[in-house]
Design a protein around this ligand. Structure first.
Ligand code: BG6
Length: 510
C-alpha cells in the first residue's frame, strides 16, 4: 500500500519528505509515558527513516540527570518494552547519541538553562525548530507554558517554528480545561498547540473516515433511517496498576470517556467534511459535539452509570478489588467503570442513542464501535419471526484483532428455510500484514510535519467537558449513595444494562 492511500488525511507530497528537523524537547523524559511510548516510537521512526537525520531529543529534568546514564536507561527500557524498536547495538548507539539532557526546574518562572542548552545545540549544527512535549503532571502545564514563554521559546517565525504537544488530562472539568486553554493561548497560537489524544493516532480510528468516505456502501445508511443505535466500548483487563495517584483524581469518565470515546464518537457521527484539511475535519467534529443533547444534573441517574471493581478474577487469575489496590483510599468513590447514553440532536442522528462504556478489570481488552442497524420492517420468513432475527451490526474493532466485521442474516443450508446470523470479517493482520505502528509514532511525526488533523482542537476538548460536566457534578454531589460494584472480570454492573433497557437494547457480548 502506498503512503498516500495509507494516510487519508495527508497529501502524498508531505509523506515523501521527512519531517522538518527539530529538537524534540521532552518535559518528563524519565517518566513512564516517555520511556514506555515516546522513546520506542521515536526509535521506530528513526529506523524507518521518517525523521530528519538532524532531529535531536532533549530531555528537561528538574533534578540533575547524567546524560550517559539516561541514554542507557532509554535503550534498556525500549529493548524490554518494544524489542523491535532497537534492532542491534549499532542502532542503539546511533539512536542514543541523539538524546541529550538538561537540568532546569524553571526557577523564577524562566527556563534559562534550557534556552542556553538549545543555543549550544544549534551552534553545533542542531536544528532551530522546537517541538516541546509536556509529559508531566498536569499541575505543571500552565507554569511550564508560562516559563517557556518568558524566555521566548514559544516564538515561531519564518526561520524556525515552535510547537507544543500537551498530554492528557487536559483539565479535570470544563472550567479547568478552559483555564488551561487560556493559559496556553496566552503564550502559543492555536496552530502551535497539539493536544494529544492517542486514540486519534490509532490506525483503526483513522480508518473510520476512510470506511465512511471512500466507500459507496456505508454513507447512505449512516443515519437514523437505518441505524438503530451505536455502542462504543473500551474495556480493559488491567486494573489501576501503579497509577492510583493519578487515577484517584480522575476516574473512568475523565480518563477515557471525555477524551478518547468522545473523539471516536465525533469521528463516527460527524458530517462529511468539505475536504480532508485539518480544519475542515476539526470543524465537523466540533459541530457534532455541539449537537450532543445537553442534560442536567437531575437527568444523570437516567443517562449515566458508574461503578467500581470488587475482587474477582481476570483470565483465571484472582485480582484484588479497587479499594484494596495500592495507593487507593479505603473509602474511595472513584469510578473504574462508566457508561453514558447520549443523543445527537441533528438531522442525521435524530432519535439514535449513542451508548459509551469503559471499564477497568473487565474480562478482556477490547475497544469496539458497534453500529447496530434497525430491524427489517416486515418479516416474510415464517420460521424466523422478525423479533427473533438479529439486527445487522457493523463492528469496528479498534483493538485488538484490529478490523471490521459485518453481521447479517443468511439461510441455514437445508430444506427448511431457517435463518441464522453470519459474519464477514476484515482483519488488518491478514489483509495487510506487517506491524501496525503505535499511535505515538504517527502523532509525533504529524507534529513534526505540522499536521494538526489528529490532535484535538480547543473547541472539541471544551465540548467534551461540557457534555460530561453535569455527570461530574451529580457524582460529586451524591457522596452518600452507595457506589455500584462489579466483580473484576465481569462486564460491569447490572445498572449499565438498565441504561439500555428502556429501548430494549443490550450491550454486545464481546
Ligand atoms: C490512557 C488512560 O489515556 O489510555 C489509561 O489514561 C488507559 O487509563 C489507556 O489504560 C488505554 O489506552 P490503550 O491505547 O491501551 O487503549
Amino acid at each position: 500500500m502506498s503512503d498516500s492511500t495509507a494516510n487519508p488525511f495527508r497529501s502524498g507530497m508531505l509523506m515523501e519528505h521527512p519531517a522538518d528537523p527539530c529538537v524534540l524537547i521532552i518535559f518528563g523524559g524519565t517518566g513512564d509515558l516517555a520511556q514506555r511510548k515516546l522513546f520506542p516510537s521515536l526509535a521506530h521512526l528513526v529506523r524507518e527513516g521518517r525523521l530528519s537525520e538532524q532531529t535531536q531529543f532533549l530531555c528537561v529534568s528538574r533534578k540533575p540527570l547524567d546524560e550517559h546514564g539516561f541514554r542507557a536507561e532509554v535503550i534498556a527500557n525500549a529493548r524490554q518494552l518494544a524489542p523491535d524498536s532497537i534492532p542491534d547495538e549499532t542502532f542503539a548507539q546511533k539512536f542514543s547519541a541523539r538524546i541529550f539532557t538538561v537540568t532546569d526546574a524553571g526557577e523564577g518562572g524562566r527556563f534559562d538553562r534550557l534556552k542556553t542548552r538549545l543555543t549550544e545545540l544549534a551552534s553545533s549544527g542542531g536544528p532551530r525548530n522546537h517541538l516541546i512535549y509536556l509529559s508531566i503532571p498536569p499541575t505543571g502545564y500552565a507554569p511550564t507554558i508560562a516559563a517557556l514563554g518568558a524566555v521566548g521559546l514559544s516564538a515561531s517565525d519564518a526561520g524556525a517554528w515552535s510547537r507544543i504537544i500537551i498530554e492528557k488530562p487536559f483539565g479535570r472539568d470544563y472550567a479547568s480545561a478552559e483555564a488551561l486553554n487560556s493559559a496556553a493561548a496566552a503564550v502559543f497560537k492555536e496552530e502551535q498547540i497539539y493536544r494529544i489524544d492517542h486514540y486519534l493516532g490509532k490506525e483503526t480510528v483513522q480508518n473510520i473516515l476512510v470506511l465512511r468516505l471512500a466507500n459507496t456502501l456505508f454513507e447512505p445508511i449512516w443515519n437514523h433511517h437505518y441505524v438503530d443505535h451505536v455502542a462504543i466500548t473500551a474495556a480493559e483487563a488491567l486494573g489501576v496498576e501503579e497509577r492510583a495517584q493519578y487515577y484517584e483524581e480522575s476516574g473512568a469518565l475523565r480518563d477515557m470517556i471525555q477524551n478518547h470515546l468522545m473523539q471516536i464518537l465525533a469521528m463516527i457521527a460527524m458530517e462529511r467534511p468539505a475536504s480532508l484539511a485539518a480544519e475542515a475535519i476539526r470543524d465537523e467534529k466540533r459541530k457534532v459535539l455541539e449537537s450532543v443533547r445537553p442534560f442536567t444534573e437531575q437527568d444523570v441517574p437516567n443517562i449515566a452509570v458508574r461503578a467500581q471493581y470488587a475482587a474477582g478474577a481476570v483470565a483465571g487469575k484472582a485480582v484484588p478489588g479497587y479499594l484494596e489496590e495500592q495507593g487507593v483510599k479505603p473509602n474511595s468513590r472513584t469510578e473504574t467503570y462508566a457508561a453514558l447514553k447520549l443523543h445527537i440532536d441533528n438531522w442525521r442522528w435524530s432519535g439514535v442513542p449513542f451508548y459509551l462504556r469503559t471499564g477497568k478489570r473487565m474480562p478482556k481488552r477490547v475497544t469496539e464501535v458497534a453500529i447496530v442497524f434497525r430491524k427489517v420492517p416486515h418479516m416474510v420468513f415464517a420460521q424466523s419471526p422478525v423479533d427473533r432475527l438479529e439486527q445487522n451490526v457493523l463492528a469496528i474493532r479498534i483493538q485488538p484483532n484490529e478490523g471490521i466485521s459485518l453481521k447479517f442474516e443468511a439461510k441455514l443450508p437445508g430444506h427448511a428455510l431457517h435463518v441464522r446470523p453470519v459474519e464477514m470479517d476484515f482483519r488488518y493482520g491478514s489483509s495487510f500484514g506487517g506491524r501496525l505502528s503505535d499511535a505515538y509514532e504517527r502523532l509525533l511525526l504529524d507534529a513534526m510535519i505540522g499536521d494538526q488533523t489528529l490532535f484535538a482542537r480547543r473547541d472539541s476538548v471544551e465540548e467534551g467537558w461540557r457534555i460530561v460536566q453535569p455527570v461530574l457534578n451529580a457524582w460529586a454531589h451524591d457522596a452518600n449513595d452507595a457506589l455500584p460494584q462489579y466483580v473484576a472480570g465481569s462486564w460491569g454492573p447490572s445498572e449499565a444494562d438498565v441504561l439500555l433497557a428502556a429501548r430494549n437494547h443490550r450491550w454486545r457480548k464481546l
